[in-house]
Ligand binder design. Structure first.
Ligand code: NAG
Ligand code: NAG
Ligand code: NAG
Ligand code: NAG
Ligand code: NAG
Length: 428
């Protein structure tokens, strides 16, 4: 049932994606991506690549080559299909030479043999399918006009191909007759080791970040990252759109909890959380509300209060709305009626409740906008556009930069929808 559900969600999300490209559509038609979430990041990469290739314009984003990790296969640090993992590396310069921004790509999760097997034939499960170049925009941009504080840093995008937020680790590869490698944890380690040789080992400042499943991975790996860099002056983490809530769906079912339970058990993710699993079920340990309790490194929580992907796929999955009465509201928040808005307000209240303790931590940061979107930091106009996604007239780039460099304490929580006129509410 979950698989059928997942497929329905995927179609819904593909349709809603503004940047849907021919290539992504073809992939979808081939039935390649059986995810609960669309690989939103990937769709955008694909289409932005095309955009970049079509325009020979100096303000177009830089395209950065894919590098496959050397020696990865020998230690079994491989994608779902056994291919080596990959990353895109843009070298830092000037005052950014010794500073590193590491971005973990997102793209949902697979939760059973069937969905992970399907994922093997996509760019989220195999480096054989990954784009050879991706554009770096928003927080990844090398242009100060788009990215005031990090544009001259070493910037690395680590591709996501393990299906469990870089956190699974299963030795056995024969899953009931299907060959699948669940090795996210080893991928994380192998990529870090290779980046060490490229200069990460002597980093002065570092920021671990990522969106969606990569945002969740950012919470999960934040303290690991800090521990790798004991001599760095500043190490912090910023998770974008990664605060997934353990909410019941509108029909009262624990849809996302059950889905995460499958992921956690399939890929033996519980091992990642030795302290947490001694106190509660491993599935609960996979939710940011629990993960953040154990993080000692400063973290910035960047999230929409009405995260569109969470609303579309977790709060109102198709199974919870058989008559499809939420279809318009899910696509366009303007079309939600007052009953639906009340449900969304409840979702926002749960998020704010979950980050209550974060508000009290002086060195942590918060930017919770009330715009109906999902990943925000990698998009130029949302990250640092002239007129968009501001809270108290600050862009995300300014807020995250102010927090990272200790220029001020940043705890920006937007008023509730629709009060913020700077929102781009495109549901992407
Ligand atoms: C270059 O791109 C920018 C932003 O996309 C656009 O405003 C500008 O008109 C473009 N210039 C040329 C020469 O195409
Ligand atoms: C393999 O099959 C058994 C029996 O049908 C089932 O209990 C188990 O969950 C399956 N394992 C995986 C990884 O799907
Ligand atoms: C890969 O292995 C070779 C031989 O063991 C070693 O010399 C090289 O440094 C390794 N490369 C990386 C990136 O770990
Ligand atoms: C809002 O829409 C839902 C679903 O169609 C419906 O059940 C509810 O009665 C509507 N509420 C109002 C106030 O129109
Ligand atoms: C908002 O900030 C911009 C600079 O980013 C500034 O030009 C503008 O005057 C500010 N607006 C208000 C209302 O403070």
């Amino acid at each position: 049932m979950l698989v059928t559900e997942a497929e329905a969600e995927r179609h819904q999300l593909y349709r809603s994606c503004k940047w849907r490209s021919q290539r992504a559509t073809t992939s979808a038609l081939l039935g390649l991506v059986l995810l609960v979430f669309s690989g939103a990041m990937v769709l955008k990469f694909t289409s932005w690549s095309r955009h970049g290739a079509l325009n020979n314009n100096s303000s177009d984003p830089i395209l950065v080559d894919l590098t496959l990790v050397k020696n990865a296969t020998e230690i079994g640090a491989v994608c779902l299909d056994g291919s080596p993992p990959g990353y895109h590396f843009l070298k830092g310069f000037d005052s950014g030479t010794d500073n590193w921004l590491i971005y973990l790509e997102g793209g949902g999760w697979c939760h059973d043999v069937e969905s992970c097997n399907a994922r093997k034939y996509t760019n989220l499960g195999s480096s054989n399918r990954m784009e050879s170049q991706v554009p770096f925009t928003g927080i990844l941009s090398n242009l100060p006009s788009n990215n005031p504080d990090f544009s001259n840093w070493n910037i690395v995008v680590i591709r996501y191909c393990d299906g469990a937020s870089f956190s699974g680790d299963v030795e056995e590869t024969n899953q009931n007759g299907t060959i699948l490698y669940f090795r996210g944890q080893r991928i994380w380690k192998a990529v870090m080791e290779e980046l060490f040789l490229k200069g990460l080992a002597t980093a002065n400042k570092a920021l671990l970040t990522g969106c969606s499943a990569g945002g969740l991975a950012t919470y999960i790996h934040c303290d690991d990252f800090k521990a790798l860099l004991p001599n760095a002056e500043t190490v912090k983490c910023m998770a974008d759109g990664g605060f997934f809530l353990d909410v019941k769906d509108i029909s009262g079912k624990s849809y996302i909890h059950d889905f995460y339970s499958d992921v956690v058990h399939l890929q033996d993710v519980g091992k990642r959380f030795p302290n947490c699993i001694s106190q509660m079920d491993a599935t609960k340990c996979f939710f940011p509300e629990e993960i953040i309790k154990g993080i000692s490194t400063p973290v910035f929580v960047l999230n929409s209060a009405y995260d569109s992907v969470q609303v579309q796929s977790m709060l109102v999955p198709s199974s919870s709305d058989p008559s499809n009465s939420w279809a318009d509201c899910k696509l366009d928040i303007k079309k939600c009626n007052s009953t639906q808005m009340k449900v969304l307000e409840g979702f926002r209240a749960t998020l704010l409740d979950n980050i209550n303790d974060v508000k009290k931590k002086k060195d942590w940061g918060i930017f919770i906008d009330s715009c109906y979107v999902h990943c925000q930091s990698w998009r130029n106009i949302l990250w640092h556009g002239p007129n968009y996604q501001r809270i108290n007239n600050k862009t995300m780039a300014e807020s995250v930069g102010d927090w990272y460099f200790d220029r001020r304490e940043v705890k920006e929580i937007d008023c509730s929808y629709p009060c913020n006129p700077t929102c781009v509410n495109d549901g992407s």
